[in-house]
Design a protein around this ligand. Structure first.
Ligand code: X2X
Length: 350
């Protein structure tokens, strides 16, 4: 009887200690980030790495590789690299994974998700759950939604108010097929290019225009190349905070929780940076009160205007004209994204 009890105690002790003993962290976990450390997105990625180090007492060391340096600049390859484990962690754009994960193109339907409220409803709703399941099925554990932002059009040639104004413009877009289709509908001459090459292309005037959110445009000082900006919120660019699924499963439960908490917190911070000034006081207040930020960024549009940019805000009628013009993109892409996912998104936004 007594002997039996010792055996049980010994077995319980071994079971308790085993998982800890079995986990040896790597010296460094790599992280893919398409942009540099000065962008809101880069700041969020660094914050995630820092919070993981803090919460795990230095056990897990994540190093962000900015500018897609692990992918030789090929930003649209991140999903494969994280899914097959050649990169461990990721904070990157849904657009850059949308040629592999079809459902991510939901976010790129033109003039569909047009407010932050709708973005949040979809990400946290039924459509979001479906997309997260797709990301995970392919081998990337989803941790949190960050945000690059609503993408706006800038160019060096003319003010854009109606679809005809876009016709003939040479516009740099990401190498994602739906973007090519959208700009084709608008009659633009679209050129796909990695971000690593895009800024040089603006400098040299190889292209007339591009589309990106304010968080990107202020860092590259877009006003140095383009005089005109149209705020058309034509589509939203969410970011994924994620990790290779096998790597995730290797982490003990307590480490998983610490990593998840770090991602949730860093993503909230990053989203607030990306939305600062664009949602009234909401995100600014999150930065000030929750994250104790004292040095707030400058108001982006006033800054752009002070640098000589002309900013055009579209009326509902003008927006409707753009939506009408890009309708063939829905006819082609909704079936590819999935009619049912599209319907879930419409329900989520109600
Ligand atoms: O390449 C872009 O335009 C950027 C930086 O916004 C993305 O990575 C999607």
């Amino acid at each position: 009887m007594k002997y039996c009890r010792y055996v049980l105690i010994a077995a319980a002790l071994i079971a308790a200690v085993m998982p800890l003993a079995a986990f040896t962290p790597k010296k460094e976990y790599t992280m893919q980030v398409n942009v540099g450390p000065a962008y809101d997105w880069g700041v969020g990625a660094q914050k995630f790495a820092d919070l993981v180090a803090e919460k795990t007492n230095g056990l897990i060391n994540i190093k962000p590789y900015f500018g897609s340096s692990l992918l030789a600049g090929k930003q649209t390859n991140w999903y494969q690299a994280v899914a097959d484990g050649s990169i461990d962690f990721v904070v990157d754009s849904t657009i850059n994974a949308s040629s592999v994960i079809r459902s991510l193109n939901l976010f790129s339907l033109p003039f569909f998700i047009n407010t932050y409220e709708n973005v949040d409803k979809i990400e946290n709703g039924k459509a979001g759950a479906r997309i997260i399941a797709d990301l995970e099925k392919g081998g990337v554990k989803f941790l949190a939604w960050g945000e690059n932002g609503f993408r706006q059009l800038t160019n060096s040639k003319r003010e854009v108010k109606v679809p005809q104004d876009v016709a003939g413009l040479k516009v740099r877009v990401v190498g994602s097929p739906i973007f090519i289709d959208i700009f084709k509908q608008l009659g633009a001459d679209s050129v796909n290019m990695n971000w690593a090459d895009a800024v040089t292309a603006f400098q040299q005037g190889v292209v007339d225009g591009q589309e990106n959110p304010k968080s990107v445009l202020t860092v590259v000082k877009i006003w140095e190349y383009h005089k005109y900006m149209t705020n058309w919120n034509y589509l939203i660019d969410p970011l994924v905070f994620g990790v290779n699924m096998q790597q995730w499963k290797n982490f003990p439960a307590d480490v998983q929780k610490q990593i998840q908490d770090a991602a949730t917190e860093a993503a909230e911070y990053e989203k607030a940076l990306a939305r600062a000034y664009l949602d009234g006081d909401k995100s600014l207040n999150i930065l000030k009160t929750k994250f104790k930020v004292t040095q707030l960024p400058e108001e982006p549009f006033a800054l752009a205007i002070s640098k000589g940019m002309k900013i055009t805000n579209l009326t509902p009628d003008q927006l409707a004209a753009f939506k009408e013009k890009t309708k063939p993109v829905y006819d082609k892409w909704v079936p590819m994204i999935g009619e049912d996912l599209y319907k879930l998104a419409v329900e989520d936004m109600k």
